[in-house]
Write a protein that binds this ligand. Structure first.
Ligand code: GLA
Length: 386
């Protein structure tokens, strides 16, 4: 487990690297998605929450246009760039994320100054917990304040999406940054991705005698790879063929007719999105009416839909989900973009040990790398620390 540096230590490290104290320290969390996968870019519904794993940035505005960036992890040394000449094709490693944010703010017509920036993060990378958006959201929160840009959460969500889509090259939606920027302790963020409407939905697993486990399969993935983009393209094709602005506009009752004139693969992609939107709405209803214990079957159905219709699961994710259930979880599903990353399992507290053991044993028997398993609950969204 990586231990995060507190704001004072990060500031002290910053000063020893850059020779002066930072103007401030900001943090933004990764996220877990409870349900609603690949629905965001279809203008549908999602229900993620911010986690207590965060990216933290110490930042100082410079008098020139130089961008100097260093992280506490990895072996990428001090990286330099010129704020007036950003080039997506030359950006490397984690620096793509702060550079992408600077670039996206420039695209909005803002003059971004040079910066010194030190990054620390304990969000596992490549685990489907949105370590990249945590960095972007910490950086945009810092710049919004340092530049007095006056951006609201919705603007920052769109700017970080622009950074991901057009600078990093990952055609992702708005779920992750919305959870990171708008999440609060104790609640999941019920987000309507058409208009960015948010309702905070209390999610207290412990209060219901449950634990939410995140199982990092250690299968690394990247949304800049072709799988994510090809799913998005199928959805856009489906919407076009069905004559709607986005798949959000297709109701479950429309599916039988859609089956008649979509090719089988496009139909299955569409069916996943349409039924997943419905599952998000039902999950919110059940959480309101009956609490977390009621949502297990919806988590299971979501996983089946991603495995069979959207085809974004993998052997390790399926094994994690099946083993968690056989160990006593009341519901489990892969979370995030897919093709690797993490699964979540909702389990009675008294079964936590059996669930962990069932997953670990299954991975060992299958010859997979040992998974990391942590319990998580909704934590605070982005904030200034110092
Ligand atoms: C990634 C993307 C999100 C969303 C999910 C799938 O996390 O960043 O925008 O599309 O995948 O639900």
């Amino acid at each position: 487990m990586i231990l995060p540096l507190g704001p004072e230590k990060l500031a002290a490290r910053f000063e020893s690297v850059f020779g002066a104290a930072p103007d401030g320290v900001w943090q933004a969390p990764g996220r877990v998605n409870l349900i609603g996968e690949h629905t965001d870019y279809n203008e549908g519904f999602v229900l993620p929450f911010a986690i207590d794993r965060t990216a933290r940035v110490a930042v100082r505005v410079r008098p020139d246009a130089a961008l100097r960036m260093l992280s506490t992890f990895g072996n990428q040394g001090l990286t330099r760039a010129d704020a007036d000449a950003l080039d997506p094709s030359t950006a490397r490693g984690w620096t793509k994320y702060p550079l992408g944010v600077v670039w996206a703010l420039q695209q909005r017509g803002l003059a971004v100054p040079g910066l010194d920036l030190l990054l620390d993060s304990d969000v596992p990378r490549g685990a489907g917990l949105s370590s990249s958006h945590a960095i972007e959201c910490a950086v945009i929160s810092a710049l919004n304040e340092l530049m007095s840009a006056g951006l609201g959460a919705e603007d920052m969500v769109l700017a970080t999406q622009r950074a991901e889509n057009d600078f990093v090259g990952a055609p992702t939606g708005i779920m992750d940054q919305s959870a990171s920027l708008r999440g609060t302790a104790g609640s999941a963020v019920f987000l309507d991705c058409r208009d960015q409407g948010v309702r905070l939905v209390p999610f207290d697993a412990a209060g219901a005698g449950l634990v939410l486990l995140v199982i990092d399969t250690k299968v690394s993935h990247s949304h800049a790879d072709s799988g994510y983009a090809s799913r998005r393209a199928s959805c856009e094709l489906g919407a076009e063929l069905l004559g709607v602005r986005a798949l959000r506009d297709i109701a479950p009752a429309d599916l039988p007719e859609a089956a008649g004139f979509l090719d089988p693969v496009t139909f299955r992609r569409v069916r996943h999105v349409v039924t997943e939107n419905e599952r998000v709405l039902q999950t919110v209803e059940l959480l309101d009416a009956a609490g977390p214990r009621a949502i297990g079957p919806l988590l299971n159905a979501s996983h089946a839909s991603m495995r069979d219709d959207f085809e974004i699961s993998c052997a390790e994710l399926d094994l994690a989900v099946d083993a968690a259930r056989s160990g006593g979880a009341i519901g489990a599903r892969m979370t995030g973009g897919g093709f690797g990353g993490s699964a979540i399992a909702l389990a009675p507290m008294e079964s936590e040990r059996q669930v962990r053991a069932a997953v670990e044993n299954a991975f060992f028997r299958a010859g997979h790398a040992a998974p990391d398993i942590f319990s998580m609950r909704p934590a605070a969204g982005a904030m200034r620390l110092a």
